[in-house]
Design a protein around this ligand. Structure first.
Ligand code: AMP
Length: 174
């Protein structure tokens, strides 16, 4: 099995001092590794009825999974980017807050969805995305991440959902 860890680059002090950024772009440069990542992610959960992918790196893995499973891809976007009628969720960041949106007609009631992002840190973004899907009556069957930073409480915050990640890295709580 391809060792995906080799394709994640640590970038210290990005985008701010004290943050160790997990850069996935080396993985994107290697089509064999990227395909392996999609296949390994897909193997973790049952085939859903739609993929909800989180802006913006979640779109990469979400698109790969939606094509792999041949199911619809639904982008969860930052406020103001979607042109149609939307539902919204406000969530907290380290400093301040942000808003994510889904098109109101993008999911059906009772549809089984998987939420996808590149990385799980505190879980705030993923919880907001799950709530968006639930606002539309969809059911979040699982949350899928390439990378999980453990020690930031993400898994606890997502305790009500099955959470799967391919690569775990320990991060001290700051
Ligand atoms: P959170 O809401 O705290 O779980 O943050 C997750 C979101 O922030 C994901 O969309 C990640 O892409 C991004 N993110 C947070 N921390 C990092 C990090 N250390 N390296 C790369 N991306 C990160």
């Amino acid at each position: 099995m391809t060792d995906l860890r080799r394709f994640i680059r640590d970038v210290p002090d990005f985008p701010r001092k004290g943050i160790l950024f997990k850069d996935i772009t080396p993985l994107l440069l290697d089509p064999v590794a990227l395909q392996a990542a999609i296949e390994q992610l897909a193997a973790r959960v049952q085939v859903p009825e739609a993929v909800v992918a989180i802006e913006s790196r979640g779109f990469i893995f979400g698109a790969g999974l939606a094509l792999h499973w041949h199911v619809p891809l639904v982008p969860a976007r930052k406020f103001g980017k979607l042109p149609g009628k939307t539902v919204k969720e406000v969530y907290s960041l380290e400093y301040g807050e942000d808003t994510l949106e889904l098109h109101a007609d993008s999911l059906k009631r009772e549809q089984r969805v998987v939420v996808v992002d590149d990385l799980l840190a505190t879980g705030g973004t993923a919880v907001a995305t799950a709530r968006l899907a639930e606002q539309l009556g969809a059911r979040v069957a699982a949350m899928l991440f390439l990378v999980e930073l453990t020690g930031l409480g993400g898994r606890t915050r997502l305790a009500q959902y099955p959470v799967e990640s391919l690569l775990q890295y320990e991060v001290a709580e700051s």
